[in-house]
Design a protein. Sequence first.
Length: 196
Amino acid sequence: SLNVDEYPESIDQVLFAIYYIGVENITLFSSKELTKDIKSKIRKSLTCMTGTEITYEDQKKIVIKVLLDKEKVDITQILYRITLIIEMSISDLTGLFDLEEIRMNENEIDRLYHLMTKIVLLSLINPNVLHTSKVRNVSLIPAYFLISKKLENIADNIYHIAEFQGKPPQAVHEVLNTVKDSLKRSMSHLLSEQPN
């Protein structure tokens, strides 16, 4: 239960922190009234928080439930999905340029990145999540976190190229195709390491 009046500028960051550590019932309230800006920040944050829903709302209070079963999330599958979406964004950037599709891909990757962060952090404190997320050893957790962050950075950069430069020159195409090939090889290796 959080008084949003104490976090007017950072309620979104506080929400992510609570989501990451596995809190499943979140009540946000204000002694006055929840402002339009605060409500907007909350809703925008929820779009990146897989499995969350607002279950109650009035002028002074919002109740959020996390409905995600964290013990059914496979980290390798999340990474694989992120790389597939990055490949689609590269194709959209270098082929028939589609900024809207690249924007949707970027939003989806952000959502998956936040889910990955949540599962990685919960794996540190809950052995069931460690096992069911298919992380073979707790010492691999920092590597999974870094990999997911680097993939999210690649997606951000693809989106920024598309938004600010438009269809890139041929030299950038070659770099992006090299990135795409490297991601395919890396994911192929990671998937082959997974037990059946």
